[in-house]
Design a protein around this ligand. Structure first.
Ligand code: FES
Ligand code: FES
Length: 187
């Protein structure tokens, strides 16, 4: 078979084969998982269906509501429209990865303290979006938090307690970091 005929065959296979599948290797919450998925698979389906990580919710499936937000290499993405194949070789953090299994993440504690959730359906998306903000900016202004979260929709809370929760978590994280730095200074 000549080089040119091989290349034509490959194009036909990729173009018309229903259910074309690709192998992916993705680090999810610190564990590398290797799977073969449909090329059209989106990350929310991969997380929820293939891996059973149902903490990530799905609503609009149009990149409008923010409920499906997860972090890919530390940056927030809408997993409802992010192709699983594009996560190959990357690190994904979901809401299940926030807690260490013993202690809630400061954001989770603050959402509870401030009543930043009611039905809770939007909460995983808000938590992950808020984590992305605090990882980048440990001391955000009130308006920065509001602006950062404006792509996330909550039908229950009125948003104010959510913003308060992020402010509380930021303060808590700064206090913890200062305590650690002080402890190291004394050692
Ligand atoms: S379900 Fe992804 S943005 Fe709404
Ligand atoms: S707590 Fe119900 S949608 Fe936000």
């Amino acid at each position: 078979m000549s080089e040119s005929s091989r290349s034509v065959d490959t194009t036909v296979d990729v173009g018309v084969a229903a259910g074309f599948r690709v192998a992916v290797s993705v680090e999810v919450n610190g564990t590398v998982v290797e799977r073969t998925v449909e090329a059209r698979s989106v990350l929310s389906d991969f997380l929820r269906g293939d891996l059973g990580l149902t903490g990530t919710k799905v609503s609009c499936e149009l990149q409008v509501c923010g409920v499906c937000t997860v972090l890919v290499d530390g940056r927030p993405v809408s997993s409802c429209t992010y192709l699983t194949a594009d996560a190959d070789g990357r690190s994904v953090t979901t809401v299940e990865g926030l807690s260490d299994g013993q202690t809630l993440h400061p954001l989770q504690e603050a959402f509870v303290d401030c009543m930043g959730l009611q039905c809770g359906f939007c909460t995983p998306g808000f938590l992950m979006m808020s984590k992305a903000l605090l990882d980048e900016n440990p001391e955000p202004e009130h308006e920065e938090i509001v602006e950062h979260l404006e792509g996330n929709i909550c039908r229950c809370t009125g948003y104010r307690p959510i913003v308060q929760a992020v402010e509380q978590a930021a303060a808590q994280q700064r206090a913890t970091a200062a305590g650690r730095a002080g402890g190291q200074g004394e050692a």
